[in-house]
Design a protein around this ligand. Structure first.
Ligand SMILES: [Fe+2]
Ligand SMILES: [Fe+2]
Length: 348
């Protein structure tokens, strides 16, 4: 294996739909043993199936039909994914459910707009002490420590003494690393699960390392360090104890600004860290979405920032295609409509 292949090769191959389903079957058996109420996961549901199970309420909205009767739409989730649910015979006065509650839902799975939907017959609060929270938070199926090990080994090749000191400062920050291991990479678009940030950073760092070999004229140390740092603000942009949502500070400041603040705090501990290098790293964080209408306040203005944007986008897009495949059933020619990619994906 060449050096380039060694950097690019993933720690794990793509796990695929089947092995994921198999691990869900194991999880169901485990859950039944522990009496946590979970019978079947969302990813295992199929059209026409009757459901009586425990879910986490990820979203909830009261709505009114044209004739004035109330109904409830919800997104019900567990660690395998989420399903839209609708309750027609609903009275506002007896609603005791709010977002992030656990509920027991009874209903039938149907299809609406090419996507599975749960038509609810009833939904009632389910006691939190009876559930195992691990059943409800989606988590990476990769080995977090192996992903981290690969990142550390690429970062250890950085020669610039200030960037090397900066990387060591982050890797030695126990509180930061605990959040970095756990944070999702997004609210819903890509890698929206525990360990998602680490998985996405692992890919982005390796793509940038590969770019630096293909384009030897670029500053490899700056590019790789920028790749590691680009989404660190996500450790504070989301709440991820029960379901994934924006934190208040995340909503108000974005992960890009939060990332710059976290970066500055670490830089301030390194003696004589060059201000020009600090500003270049900040620019890479701020510009990594590539365009103002994709959330970046500035567009990339030097080649390492531009390459970082492409690496970030490449990994996010590839994830969305993989997710469209996971959302399709075995043997389907087309995926359900992908909101993220805004298209159907050809699976055959
Ligand atoms: Fe980002
Ligand atoms: Fe990113």
């Amino acid at each position: 294996m060449s050096r380039l292949e060694a950097w690019i090769s993933p720690c794990f191959g793509y796990s695929g739909h089947r092995s994921y389903a198999y691990s869900l079957e194991q999880a169901v058996a485990e859950s039944a043993k522990q009496g946590t109420g979970k019978r079947k996961y969302v990813a295992q549901l199929s059209d026409g199936e009757q459901v009586r199970d425990v879910f986490l309420v990820a979203e909830l909205q009261e709505r009114t039909t044209k004739d004035g009767s109330a109904y409830l739409t919800m997104t019900l989730a567990d660690k395998s994914g989420s399903i839209k649910a609708i309750l027609w015979n609903y009275s506002r006065s007896d609603n005791k459910i709010t977002r992030e509650d656990f509920v027991e839902a009874k209903g039938v799975v149907g299809t609406y707009n090419n996507q599975l939907q749960l038509r609810l017959l009833s939904v009632s609060p389910y006691p939190e002490e009876k559930v195992s929270v691990e059943d409800f938070l989606r988590k990476t199926d990769k080995d977090i420590e192996k992903l981290l090990g690969k990142i550390v080994s690429i970062l250890s090749e950085i020669e610039d003494r200030f960037l090397d000191a900066l990387m060591k400062s982050f890797l030695g920050d126990k509180e930061f690393m605990a959040a970095f291991r756990r944070a999702p990479a997004a609210h819903s678009m890509h890698h929206a699960y525990i360990g998602g940030l680490l998985e996405h950073t692992h890919n982005t760092v390796r793509i940038c390392k590969a770019f630096s070999l293909i384009y030897p004229q670029v500053d490899a140390d700056l590019l790789v360090a920028g790749a590691f740092l680009h989404d660190i603000g996500k450790t504070r942009e989301y709440n991820y104890t029960r379901s994934f949502d924006f934190s208040t500070i995340g909503r108000l400041k974005t992960h890009m600004l939060l990332g710059c603040e976290i970066l500055r705090a670490h830089i301030s501990t390194i003696k004589d860290f060059p201000e020009k290098l600090a500003v270049k790293l900040e620019h890479m964080i701020l510009s990594h979405h590539g365009q103002k209408d994709w959330g970046s306040p500035v567009e990339p203005m030097f080649v390492e920032a531009s390459l970082l944007h492409f690496a970030d986008n490449l990994d996010a897009k590839t994830f969305m295609y993989d997710e469209a495949r996971r959302n399709g059933a075995e043997g389907d020619e087309w995926s359900p409509y992908s909101r993220e990619l805004q298209k159907f994906v050809y699976l055959d």
